[in-house]
Design a protein around this ligand. Structure first.
Ligand code: SAH
Length: 220
């Protein structure tokens, strides 16, 4: 049986207790966002493969990142890496408007039609390189990056409002080589960045594993 309640329980047990976020996640059918062959595992607390060699993030990490942004209903958020659109749908349930950008056109189109089917209408979809953000919709109250760059993308932070929050994984692309297992330098870490009085303050949170944020060449 596909059990969303079990998934929510798993997330709570791992430490995310933000009711607003959990309530929205309880109402988003994760099985609609994954390919047929992994549907049985839709509500496992694990990342799963989607099309184009990408992944839908682990539900606990989705909850953790979303909760860290402390989104208010009147705010706008920018998501880098639309992927399946699962994280996008959750953000859309928590704030006024979501702007999401994805490098891979096929994924962006699929996510757009799925969210349309679900009658989620407060989302603007963009195809392109997230390193440049979405300047025509900036500034944002919050930015969530769901692919890992190897360095902090300063130009993205320019699109944060004063008081804005950004959550982002940073680190090398992870390989499964056993040599990497116990070496902290080969981890990606999640950072929470806040803009206060025009300055950026960062907090290092937890080790994570995301697909790499691909640089397709900068554009203005
Ligand atoms: N939020 C997604 C997770 C997707 S995985 C979900 O809930 O399903 C990360 C996504 O980032 C992939 O789809 C990948 O194509 C995309 N990506 C990688 N580099 C990017 C870049 N520079 N700009 C925009 N998207 C990028």
């Amino acid at each position: 049986m596909l059990d969303v309640y079990k998934m929510i329980e798993d997330i709570e047990q791992k430490g995310v207790k933000d009711r607003r976020v959990l309530d929205v996640m309880e109402n988003i059918p994760r099985h609609e966002f994954v390919p047929e062959k992994v549907i049985a595992r839709s509500y496992d607390d694990s990342a799963l493969p989607i099309a184009e060699h990408q992944t839908i993030s682990q539900p606990y990490i989705v909850a953790y990142m979303t909760s860290a942004l402390v989104l208010k209903p009147n705010e706008t958020v920018l998501e880098i890496g639309t992927g399946s659109g699962y994280q996008t749908a959750i953000l859309a349930g928590l704030c006024k408007r979501v702007c999401t950008i994805e490098l891979n056109e096929n994924l962006a189109l699929q996510a757009r039609s799925l969210l349309k089917k679900m009658k989620i209408e407060n989302v603007d979809f963009f195809v392109g390189d997230g390193f440049g953000g979405v300047s025509q919709k900036a500034p944002f109250d919050a930015i969530i990056v769901t692919a890992a760059p190897t360095f902090f993308p300063v130009r993205l932070a320019d699109q944060l409002k004063e008081g804005g929050r950004m959550i982002i994984p940073i680190g090398p692309s992870v390989t499964d080589s056993p040599d990497n297992k116990d070496n902290e330098d080969t981890y990606q870490w999640l950072y929470l960045v806040k803009k206060i009085d025009g300055r950026l303050f960062q907090k290092k949170l937890i080790p994570v594993r995301f697909v790499p944020m691909v640089q397709s060449g900068f554009k203005k």
